[in-house]
Design a protein around this ligand. Sequence first.
Ligand SMILES: [Zn+2]
Length: 223
Amino acid sequence: MAAKAEAPSIAERISQAIMEHRVAPGMKLAEERLALAFRVSRTKIRQALTVLAKEGLVQLHPNRGAYVTSPSVQEAQDLFAARRVVERDIVCNVVARAGKAGLRRLRQHLAKEARARADNDHRTLIKLTGEFHMLLAELGGNSFFIKLMGELCPLTCLIIALYNAPNAPACPDDEHSGIVDAIEAGDAATACARMLAHLDHVERELNLGPRDKGDVDWEAVFG
Ligand SMILES: [Zn+2]
């Protein structure tokens, strides 16, 4: 039983490293090296990797081992489409349910983001911007949305690591506070519109455009 209790904490630490971009998409997660690093048996590492595979952060290949997931452009676009649907409802729920205590937590969170930004603490900022969206899911109160966001948020971080310019912020500066302002005003329509604009903006920052290798402008290349 003890082994079972330990696996999630290793999984959590690996997941955190992926979300903070310290472990890159596509990187091999070698059992023996992780076992040495965590000072545990390979069995425990294998359990952790299985947990991460269920969350979609790790791909297990029968003979080659475990790799950090490297989502395709199509998967990245599908993920943002899913987030737009889910987070629109989450924000509506937050407007209806958050109350004063919820708003206080949102404001406290924004203050932490602002501090990380002022300190140029990029790693903390990436973590906090993901946590903002998880906090909204929690305050919205729908347990299925919370579970879904628990899966979508880490994958979003991976996608940003893969397709964004290095060191670009995960979420643009003032957009989170704009969403919270609308929530505080009890204005569900504006809060939803700002969330959708925010997700569009994050997606636009990624380099997901068509990579058409078949159509070269030869004149421009050699003319
Ligand atoms: Zn955001």
